[in-house]
Every structure is written in structure tokens, then in C-alpha cells.
Design a protein around this ligand. Sequence first.
Ligand SMILES: CC(C)(COP(=O)(O)OP(=O)(O)OC[C@H]1O[C@@H](n2cnc3c(N)ncnc32)[C@H](O)[C@@H]1OP(=O)(O)O)[C@@H](O)C(=O)NCCC(=O)NCCS
Length: 201
Amino acid sequence: MIYDVPLEGELVRLRPMREHDVPLLFGWYSDPDVRHWSYFTEDPPGLATLDAHRERFEMIRDDPAQLLWCIESMDGRPLGDIALQDIQPLQKRADLAVSIGEKSYWGRGYGSDAIRLALRFAFEELDCRRVTLVVDRDNTRAIRCYEKAGFLEEGVLREHRLRYGEPVDMIAMAVLRDGAPRGASRKNGRPRAPGRIPRRR
Ligand SMILES: CC(C)(COP(=O)(O)OP(=O)(O)OC[C@H]1O[C@@H](n2cnc3c(N)ncnc32)[C@H](O)[C@@H]1OP(=O)(O)O)[C@@H](O)C(=O)NCCC(=O)NCCS
């Protein structure tokens, strides 16, 4: 699903991802340094194509349980993507996935700002109580970034994924609405109807 209204942060804006952005996604995930931290490492050559990324984009766009944004700098440069996935209105829960594809922007606060915006959306607009993620155990920059956003480690998922065929331990992390730092949620914000559906594209 694509949410039409951009979300403005301090360093980044989350804007709707559009079909014409698919070559950007393809380019970012074709960079071995970005791909390394994603499930795309296991894609057979036939899936690491522009067409495969277009199909994936169309699937996400049409799926009410997923929301995808393009992260862009305030001067309009596309930097990466961020998504809420497996949105469960009845359980008030969602998963977060994020990647800054422009690696010269890593470690400069852009990911933290994007996550803050996505969490605020999850807690205030989707009425989530809990947002979860999994991250490679050796992805120390990402783990630090998630901790800053209020995520806490909940356990180790042993050999949870393969990275170029090699098993990798992953860390399960989650943030609760009341555990998010100020700015990610307003504790006494307006109550929302369960399962409120955000504006579609
Ligand atoms: C993970 C990612 C989204 C984080 O975004 P970011 O903009 O780089 O993160 P931020 O700059 O907001 O925060 C990173 C924090 O980690 C620290 N850091 C940077 N490099 C680090 C490293 N190698 N080890 C540990 N900490 C590191 C930074 O100093 C910063 O902490 P600080 O604010 O206390 O100084 C981004 O780096 C990225 O997309 N990486 C590649 C793909 C990826 O790993 N995706 C996540 C898959 S789960």
C-alpha cells in the first residue's frame, strides 16, 4: 500500500514510492554493500533484475498489510526505502524494514530520522502497540540505530537466515508504543479506531 501524504522529519521526508522509483530500488539493492544486509543476498540471478523489482513493488503497492515509502533528503534526493510490513490491525502490530541505499549517507542520522517518522505513523495512524524487526547480529550500525529509536533486543534467532549460503544469527527487536522516545509517539494522542486504514494511493 502507498500512503499519499509525505511525512516530514528533520533530515528526511518519507514520500510515496512510485513505479518510476523502481530503478532506484534496483540500483540500491544491486550494490553489494547494501545487498549484504538484506534478504536479496539469496536471490538467484533471475530474481536480481529490474523486472523482478517491479513485480515486487506492484505486490507491495497492492497489499494492504504493507506500507512502503521512499526516504528522501529535504532537498529531494532519494536515499532509500522504509516499510511497515505484516501490519496486523487486530493485533495492533507491524514489522519495520529500512535501508539507506545511498551509502555515503550512512551513519549521518538519516536512518534514525526515517525510523522515527515510520514509528510515529505506526503508533499514531495505525494504532500499533508494538513494532518489531529482525537484524543480522553483526549489523552493529543498524542495531545501534534501532536502539536509539527505542527498540530493545528480545532474543537471538540462531542461524535465522542465509547470507550468500552461510547461516547468520539474527536479533529480534521490538519497541512498544509507550517505550518509544518522545517524538515517535504521543502517549496521549488521539485514540484511533482499530484497523483504521490509511489513505491509499
Ligand atoms: C541501518 C541503517 C538504516 C541505519 O541508518 P543510518 O542513517 O546509517 O543510521 P544513523 O546514522 O541514524 O545511526 C547509526 C548509529 O550507529 C553508529 N554507527 C555507525 N557505524 C557504526 C558501526 N559500524 N558500528 C556501530 N555503530 C555504528 C552511528 O554513530 C550512530 O549512532 P550515534 O548516533 O549514537 O552516533 C543504514 O545504515 C543502512 O541502510 N545500512 C545498510 C542496510 C542495512 O543495514 N539495513 C538494515 C537491515 S536490518
